[in-house]
Design a protein around this ligand. Structure first.
Ligand code: HEM
Length: 433
C-alpha cells in the first residue's frame, strides 16, 4: 500500500511537469536546433498544455504584448503586436497565406481563399464592383432609402437595441445591393443561415454531425443554392443591365476579356456578404453608442450635417457630399478605430521565416493583434477616448491597421466608411437619442 502511494505521489508531479512542457517539447524543441544553426531564436513565450495550449488564459485575459509564442486553437502560434512585425507579415505574401476564415466555408474560389496571381485577378473584380467611385456612387444612392426608413421606425419604437436594429437594416441593404432581394422570408432565411455559418467559422473545424462547423457547412450549401438559383435566373436577362453587385461581378471582364465562372461569382458573393454584414452592423452600432456617450462630438456632427442637408432636395446625399463632410469622416474613422471590428488577423507561415533574429517556423500560425495597436498609448494619445479631432493630424500610418494591410487590405474599406458616413448624416440631422 505504501509503495503504491509512493508511486502515485511521485507520478503526479511528473505527469504535471510533462503536461506543462508537452507543447514546448513537441513543437518548440524540434525547431530550436535549426534556429540555433541559423543564428535566430523562437519568440519568447510558453505554449501551455497539450491541445488546449494557453487557450483558456487567452480567452480570460484577451490582449497579449509584444511578439511571443504560444499554443492556441489547437496549433502553435506566434502573437504579433508590433506594427513593424504586422507590416512585415502583410507584405510577405510569398511567405504567409491566409489561415482563417476556413476555405471550405468561404469557398475555394473566393477572394479570401486564393493566393498570388489568382488573388490579384479576383481582387480587381471585387474592387471594381464595391470599392471604386462609380460603384460607391451607386451604392450610396441605393442604401439611403432603407436607412432613412429604418431610422424613422426606430424613432417610432422609441426604445431600440442598437445591435439588432443596425443588423436588420444592414442585411436589408446587403440583400438589395448584392442580389436585389427585398425584405421578406428569403432574406430572413439567409440571415439564419449566415448566423450559423459565422458560428462555424469561429469553431474548431471538426466535421461531424452535432458540431458547429458541420452545421456551418450545411448552411453554406443552402446559401449557395439560393444564390445559384438567382444566377440561373439572370442568364436569361439582357447583359447590359447592372442592377446589383451580382450583376456587376458577373459582367466585369479581366484584361484578357474573361469573366468569372458561376462558382467564382457565388464564392465571392458569399465572401462579401460574410465580410460586410457583421462588420458594418458592428461599426454602425458603435457609432450610435459613442455619439450617445460624447454629446460634444454629436453637436459638431450635427452642425456640419445640418449645413449639408439644407442644400439637399429629397434629403439624400451623394459621395461628393460625403467627401466634403470633413468632420463626419473623422467621426467615421474614429468609430472604426475604437470598434476594432477585426480585433486580430490570422496567417499561416508556408516556410521557415526569420524576422529580426526570430524564427517563425513553417506551419505555425501568426496572429496579428490589431486591436492592441489601436488601443496602445504609444500609437494614439489617450487611446480609449473617442476623439475624432485626433484625425486632424495624420496618425502614424503603420500603427493604424483596422483594415489589415498589404495586398489583402479589406476590399470593402471605402464601402464601410461611406456607409458609416451616410448613417452619421441621417442620424445627426434628424434625431436625438
Ligand atoms: C468597419 C468595417 C470593416 C472592417 C474593420 C474590416 C476589416 C477587414 C480586415 C482586417 C480584413 C483582413 C485583411 C487581411 O487579411 O490582411 C478584411 C478583409 C476583407 N474584407 Fe473587410 N472590413 C470591414 C468591412 C467590410 C465590408 C463592408 C466588406 C464588403 C462588403 C468587406 C469585405 C472584405 C473582403 C472581401 C476581405 C478579404 C480581402 C482579401 O483577402 O483580399 N469588409 N476586412
Amino acid at each position: 500500500m505504501e509503495a503504491w502511494l509512493g508511486w502515485i505521489l511521485g507520478l503526479i508531479p511528473l505527469l504535471g511537469w510533462l503536461l506543462w512542457w508537452w507543447n514546448e517539447i513537441w513543437y518548440a524543441l524540434p525547431v530550436k536546433r535549426s534556429c540555433s544553426i541559423a543564428g535566430v531564436k523562437l519568440p519568447p513565450g510558453h505554449m501551455g498544455f497539450p491541445f488546449f495550449g494557453e487557450l483558456f488564459t487567452f480567452l480570460w485575459y484577451g490582449d497579449g504584448v509584444g511578439m511571443y509564442r504560444t499554443h492556441l486553437f489547437g496549433s502553435p502560434c506566434i502573437i504579433a503586436c508590433f506594427p513593424s512585425v504586422n507590416k512585415f507579415v502583410f507584405r510577405a505574401d510569398d511567405k504567409f497565406i491566409l489561415e482563417w476564415p476556413n476555405v471550405d466555408l468561404m469557398g475555394a474560389t473566393s477572394l479570401v481563399a486564393v493566393n498570388g496571381k489568382a488573388h490579384a485577378r479576383l481582387r480587381s473584380f471585387v474592387l471594381n464592383a464595391i470599392n471604386r467611385p462609380d460603384a460607391l456612387r451607386r451604392i450610396a444612392a441605393l442604401v439611403q432609402p432603407r436607412l432613412v426608413a429604418a431610422l424613422e421606425l426606430w424613432a417610432q419604437k422609441g426604445r431600440i437595441v442598437a445591435y439588432h436594429e443596425t443588423k436588420k437594416v444592414t442585411l436589408e441593404n446587403i440583400g438589395k445591393l448584392f442580389v436585389s432581394f427585398e425584405p421578406g422570408p428569403q432574406l430572413h432565411k439567409i440571415d439564419r443561415l449566415l448566423h450559423d455559418m459565422v458560428k462555424g467559422m469561429r469553431a474548431q473545424p471538426l466535421n461531424f454531425p452535432g458540431t458547429a462547423y458541420h452545421r456551418a457547412l450545411q448552411c453554406r450549401k443552402k446559401v449557395e443554392a439560393i444564390f445559384r438559383v438567382e444566377i440561373e435566373k439572370r442568364k436569361s436577362q439582357s447583359e447590359e443591365t447592372v442592377t446589383d453587385l451580382m450583376d456587376g461581378i458577373r459582367q466585369i471582364k479581366d484584361e484578357e476579356g474573361k469573366k468569372l465562372s458561376d462558382q467564382e461569382v457565388l464564392d465571392n458573393i458569399i465572401a462579401l456578404v460574410v465580410g460586410g454584414y457583421e462588420s458594418t452592423t458592428l461599426a454602425s452600432m458603435w457609432a450610435i453608442y459613442y455619439l450617445a456617450k460624447y454629446p460634444n462630438v454629436l453637436k459638431k456632427l450635427q452642425e456640419e450635417n445640418m449645413s449639408i442637408s439644407q442644400n439637399k432636395n429629397g434629403g439624400f446625399i451623394t459621395i461628393e457630399d460625403i467627401s466634403n463632410m470633413k468632420y463626419t469622416n473623422k467621426v467615421a474613422e474614429e468609430t472604426i478605430r475604437m470598434a476594432n471590428v477585426a480585433a486580430f488577423i490570422f496567417r499561416l507561415a508556408t516556410k521557415d521565416i526569420d524576422y529580426e533574429g526570430y524564427r517563425i517556423p513553417k506551419g505555425w500560425k501568426v496572429i496579428l493583434w490589431l486591436r492592441y495597436l489601436h488601443t496602445n498609448p504609444e500609437n494614439f494619445d489617450d487611446p480609449l477616448c473617442f476623439n475624432p479631432d485626433r484625425w486632424n493630424e495624420s496618425v502614424k500610418p503603420v500603427a493604424y491597421q483596422v483594415f489589415g494591410g498589404g495586398s489583402r487590405i479589406c476590399a470593402g474599406n471605402m464601402l464601410a466608411r461611406i456607409q458609416l458616413a451616410i448613417l452619421l448624416h441621417h442620424l445627426s440631422v434628424g434625431y436625438k437619442w
